[in-house]
Ligand binder design. Structure first.
Ligand code: OGA
Ligand code: MN
Length: 305
């Protein structure tokens, strides 16, 4: 069996691939990991259907694509329903396994996921691949949408592109929470992840294509007033998330969707909070996996020599 990828539909020929031919529970060879990278570089989103995974299987598969990210868990850990810190519990389920009350803290996190964002853009290194797996999904609502930041860049006028070159945006982990009125964080939590700066326009290492890098974690533009920077960020977001750049994924249990956070934005869509929605995410950091495994060999993690 080998990886096969075709465009998911005629509307997204260079953006979303429907992947088949491999079993996500089987060990991933170096050759297969490279094939997945190549497909991710051509497309930015890959959809696998009908592959129910245990937590362990999801984690093993994710690890084979790179070192894993903890992201927002370094600021706050609402509760650990899942077995591993490296798995994000993208659900409306509480500690006891019941549907969470709509005032439950973790629901705010879900709602923040409904703002267009790139996972962990608030840290350095940020995220590369996010792998979201559907366990239980509502009948309506709760789709996840993806926007193509390479196509959005390509569609700007040369004059608009020139205006953006050289600008940097600051990204901060709690910005989207503050925006939603969720401000109950200690100084320690506020300082756990200091803001980072990213160019507004970047080159995607895997394809050499240029793309916008924006989203809900971006607070302002360096060397511009707050007002000017925010208006620019809002304007770019409006452009980049026009329907022609967006793929909407309607979940089925057993789906695994992988996206490249470097050159996409995503958001969850509204759904009935009293109906169970349960997904799990593992995410790699944007570090070359070969460089990461070499560093591990040089410096064993637990001081073993
Ligand atoms: C995520 C995320 C959106 C959704 O898992 O990173 O943003 O649809 N999820 O749940
Ligand atoms: Mn996300």
């Amino acid at each position: 069996m080998s990886l096969e990828v075709v465009p998911i539909d005629a509307a997204h020929p260079d953006f979303v691939g429907l992947a088949s031919g491999i079993d996500l529970t089987a060990p991933v060879s170096e050759q297969l990991a490279c094939a997945i990278d190549a497909a991710m570089n051509r497309y930015a989103v890959l959809v696998f259907r009908g592959q129910p995974l245990t937590q362990d299987q999801q984690l093993v598969f994710a690890r084979s694509l790179g070192p894993l990210d903890l992201g927002f868990k370094r600021v706050a850990r609402p509760h650990a329903r899942l077995a591993y810190q490296e798995l994000a519990d993208i659900s409306n389920v509480d500690e006891s396994g019941q549907i969470a009350d709509r005032a439950h803290r973790r629901i705010v996190g879900n709602l923040a996921n409904q703002l267009w964002h790139s996972d962990s853009s608030f840290q350095q290194p940020a995220a590369r691949y996010s792998m979201l797996h559907a366990v239980v999904v509502p009948e309506s609502g709760g789709e996840t949408e993806y926007a193509d930041m390479r196509a959005a860049w390509d569609a700007l006028e040369p004059r608009e592109q020139r205006e953006l070159e050289g600008l940097e945006a600051e990204h901060y982990a709690l910005h989207s929470r503050f925006l939603l009125g969720d401000t109950d964080y200690s100084d320690e939590q506020r300082n756990a992840l200091p803001p980072v700066r990213w160019p507004l326009v970047r080159e995607h290492a895997g394809s050499g294509r240029r793309h916008l890098f924006i989203g809900a974690h971006a607070t302002h533009i360096a060397d511009r007033t707050l007002a000017e920077g925010r208006v620019l960020l809002m304007d770019l977001l409006e452009h980049a998330t026009a329907r022609r750049f967006v793929y909407s994924h309607r979940w089925q249990p057993g789906d695994l969707v992988i996206w490249d956070n470097r050159c996409t934005l995503h958001r969850g869509r509204r759904h009935d909070l009293s109906v169970r929605r349960e997904l799990r995410r593992a995410t790699t950091v944007d570090i070359d996996r070969h460089a990461a495994s070499q560093a591990e060999q040089l410096e064993p993690a637990h001081g073993v020599r």
